[in-house]
Design a protein around this ligand. Structure first.
Ligand code: ATP
Ligand code: MG
Length: 172
């Protein structure tokens, strides 16, 4: 069976690695959709699709995983058309791993097999918490693979995020 997972991967963290390994233990290959691909340089979406692509590619290569496709997917402003949009960009798959209720519903209505995916160490391995730690100068390095840490360091990602968190208003 071929499977699909979609995330924004802001950034690609250890929970993502674990779920991809689990999917590959049950499927022939995995299609990894990089969601909201058009977004970058915002607090919720600091990294570009290309940067996220590199995080996933380097990490999976390093882990000697090769049965995957990475596909950046921009948002469309129409939920009924979204699955067709994904299909137009990806190699074929019949199974979808997600916990997102809307993604579940949309694929279910198009007769895909939709599975809930387990969460690993969700207390620490969440994009939102990792981005907050970066901004607040807390230890985040061990929540991402070393390959991802190196990419974020090389593109000055933490300072990018801190700059994005500033305001142009004068302090009162
Ligand atoms: P954010 O807080 O920015 O939403 P996130 O950690 O939820 O980040 P996403 O990019 O939204 O990451 O998630 C993409 C996919 O990865 C989702 O299907 C989600 O269920 C899965 N996922 C995220 N974190 C984990 C984890 N710790 N273990 C297993 N799967 C995870
Ligand atoms: Mg999420």
């Amino acid at each position: 069976m071929r499977a699909f997972i979609i995330g924004r991967f802001q950034p690609f963290h250890k929970g993502h690695v674990e779920i991809i390994k689990k999917i590959l233990s049950e499927n022939e290959y995995v299609v990894i959709g990089i969601g909201s691909a058009q977004l970058s340089h915002t607090l919720m979406n600091p990294f570009t699709a290309g940067e996220r692509y590199l995080m996933i590619l380097n990490t999976l290569e390093q882990s000697e995983i090769s049965n995957y496709y990475i596909v950046p997917i921009e948002d469309v402003n129409s939920n009924p058309m979204w699955v067709a949009h994904v299909e137009s960009l990806t190699p074929p798959f019949r199974r979808v791993y997600t916990n997102n209720p809307l993604v579940k519903r949309l694929f279910y209505e198009k007769n895909y097999e939709v599975l809930s995916s387990p969460m690993f160490n969700r207390n620490e391995w969440t994009g939102t918490k990792i981005r907050n730690k970066m901004i607040n100068n807390q230890n985040w390095e061990d929540t991402v693979p070393e390959t991802v840490y190196n990419i974020i360091r090389d593109l000055d990602g933490v300072n990018r995020l801190r700059d994005l968190s500033k305001t142009d208003e004068d302090p009162i």
